[in-house]
Ligand binder design. Structure first.
Ligand code: IPM
Ligand code: MG
Length: 354
């Protein structure tokens, strides 16, 4: 097949990890006879530097004209001035909103080979396989806000349709997995959470009576994620809770560098990005772990291009490379000498090539 994949590498380690994702996609194209084009565009801090805007119009048009978007990361100390009018992160939020990508899928899988890389005990990690579905275009990130020097506020707003559509995505995913769904909220305090819980309960009993459902308060969920992570199957939650819980969940997988994501809307077009940020402290050192981006490319193949065999081939290649003992520094344990970003990308691409 022919496909156009818009590449928005962004800042910090973004370009380094994205280059390895492209390498692996190119290897997929060669092996399976596809033709992928990779037009590039500016986003985030580097876009502010050149155009004054974190999401230039050309960049957004390119995303709209593409089958999928491969995204690196945005932000960094250079653009962190609290009084700045524009911030790199706005670019990412504008794309998510503009493309209607309301469901963010963040699978958390613990590779048996990496159990030692986590700070948690191996017996806690055994069997962990979670899919977090994070609502991505509502809540605190997009509510009315006001910023003053003495008083400031953000608002968390959710409507019934916004809750229903993301919970449906999560419930369908659970049906294809272990049929367990945990909806996470703060219904003991927040009105938006009480609506979330009511709508979720109604929808699930109406349309998904085959699922085993639990409602979990977000603070308790943060605790259960490290106490008994293997008991979770699919978790669905609002935007900011999902942001926080997935950084926590990344530690189960051993490193932020292991967690991919897919942001999806009603159609097939999606945005694929590692859940980590720009890691300014290691940018340019060629030591960043590209696996989160490479695994995001697998999700791109699956969800936007419908290429399941190819997606699986990439995921299997990552597992094989880890089994061979290849490690970037973030997942290396005692006695393992780490390889570079490029070496890791080369290894996966070669494995995919067969
Ligand atoms: C993420 C990131 C983003 C978010 C930032 C960069 C805007 O933390 O994708 O998890 O908060 O959504
Ligand atoms: Mg985050």
């Amino acid at each position: 097949m022919k496909a156009t994949i818009a590449v928005l590498a962004g800042d910090g380690i973004g370009p380094e990890v994205v280059a390895e994702g492209i390498k692996v996609l190119q290897s997929v194209a060669t092996r399976y006879g596809h033709s992928f084009a990779f037009p590039q565009a500016l986003v985030g801090g580097c876009a502010i530097d050149v155009t004054g805007k974190p999401l230039p119009t050309e960049t957004f048009s390119l995303c709209q004209a593409s089958d999928a978007v491969l995204f690196g990361a945005v932000g960094g100390p250079k653009w962190d001035d609290p009084s700045a009018k524009v911030r790199p992160e706005q670019g990412l939020l504008e794309i998510r909103k503009g493309l209607g990508l309301f469901a963010n899928l963040r699978p958390v899988r613990v590779y048996p080979q990496l159990v030692e890389a986590s700070t948690l005990r191996p017996e806690v990690l055994r069997g962990v396989d979670i899919l977090v579905v994070r609502e991505l275009t509502g809540g605190l990130y997009f509510g009315e806000r006001q910023e003053g020097t003495e008083r400031a506020y953000d608002t968390m707003v959710y409507t019934r349709p916004e809750i229903e559509r993301v919970v449906r995505v999560a419930a369908r995913a659970a049906q294809g997995r272990r049929k367990k769904l945990a909806s996470v909220d703060k219904a003991n305090i927040l009105a938006s959470s009480r609506l979330w819980r009511r709508v979720t309960t109604e929808l699930l009993s109406r349309e998904f009576s085959d699922l085993q459902v639990e409602h979990v308060l977000v603070d308790a969920c943060a605790m259960y994620l490290i106490r008994r992570p293997a008991t979770f199957d699919v978790i669905v939650t609002e935007n900011m809770f999902g942001d926080i819980l997935t950084d926590e969940a990344a530690m189960l997988a051993g490193s932020m560098g292991m967690l991919p994501s897919a942001s999806l809307g009603e159609g097939r077009r999606g945005l694929y990005e590692p859940i980590h940020g720009t890691a300014p402290d290691i940018a340019g050192k060629h030591i960043a772990n590209p696996l989160a981006t490479i695994l995001s490319c697998a999700m791109l193949l699956r969800h936007s291009l419908g290429l399941e065999v190819e997606a699986k081939a990439v995921e299997d290649a990552v597992a094989a490379i880890l089994a061979e003992g290849k490690r970037t520094v973030d997942i290396a344990t005692k006695g393992e000498s780490p390889i570079s970003t490029v070496q890791m990308g080369d290894a996966v691409a070669r494995q995919v090539a067969g």
